[in-house]
Write a protein of this length. Structure first.
Lengths: 112, 116
């Protein structure tokens, strides 16, 4: 079946540091890939997505590139802010009903 | 545009009691999902509706969980009887069309359930 493995947290960075959160997946066919973010006390929000190989999703300074050859969708940001502190979930949608399969989440804390 | 609404936000019950959660999806969204998110884990799909029909309930513990979506809009998820391991956040999400590649799911704030 489909599965997502993402970097174990927590991750603690200083403001303006570079961020990478690794995500790899196992899936049949050609899934769509997503990063969702959960800010403290809030619901899950879509951060970015990519629907085919070599696509790059981007939003709010975050980027991730769909790499089919390495089955990866790593999240990056060049300069994090305190407001980026949240839990980040990598997910894929595949199969006949495009069911979402999530990773376990990575807690990011950014200190001023 | 109003988001996905859920109620209640918090619920505390004792084991063997019953509980129900309500979800109102974004207007016009045909597909509705219920997820269970246990602390420290990613959300797990329990059931998926397309309009008022069930598309996928393969991970729904049917001996104690039930869900319905009457008239293809609001939905309720029920647990009866609850067990300690049902303590989790229950998330409702909706999307325009489950068959569209890359379709975005929009999540509600969730209901946090504690079973004592």
């Amino acid at each position: 079946g489909n599965s997502v493995t993402q970097m174990e947290g927590p991750v603690t960075l200083s403001e303006e540091a570079f961020l990478t959160i690794n995500c790899t997946y196992t899936a049949t066919g050609y899934p769509s890939l997503f990063w969702y973010v959960q800010y403290p006390g809030e619901g899950l929000q879509l951060l970015l997505k990519a629907t085919k190989a070599d696509d790059k999703g981007s939003n709010k300074g975050f980027e991730a590139t769909y790499r089919k050859e390495t089955t990866s969708f790593h999240l990056e940001k060049g300069s994090v802010q305190v407001s980026d502190s949240a839990v980040y979930f990598c997910a894929l949608a595949g199969g006949s009903n495009y069911k979402l399969t999530f990773g376990k989440g990575t807690l990011l804390t950014v200190n001023p | 545009e109003a988001g996905v609404a859920q109620s209640p936000r918090y619920k505390i019950i004792e084991k063997r009691q019953s509980v129900a959660f309500w979800c109102n999806p974004i207007s016009g969204h045909a597909t509705l999902y219920w997820y269970q998110q246990i602390l420290g884990q990613g959300p797990k799909l329990l059931i998926q509706f397309q309009n008022n029909g069930v598309v996928d309930d393969s991970q729904l513990p049917k001996d104690r969980f039930s869900a319905e979506r009457l008239k293809g809009v609001d939905s309720t998820l029920k647990i009866q009887p609850a067990k300690l391991e049902d303590s989790a956040v229950y998330l409702c999400a909706s999307s325009l069309d489950r068959l569209a590649r890359g379709e975005t799911q929009y999540f509600g704030p969730g209901t946090r359930l504690l079973v004592l």
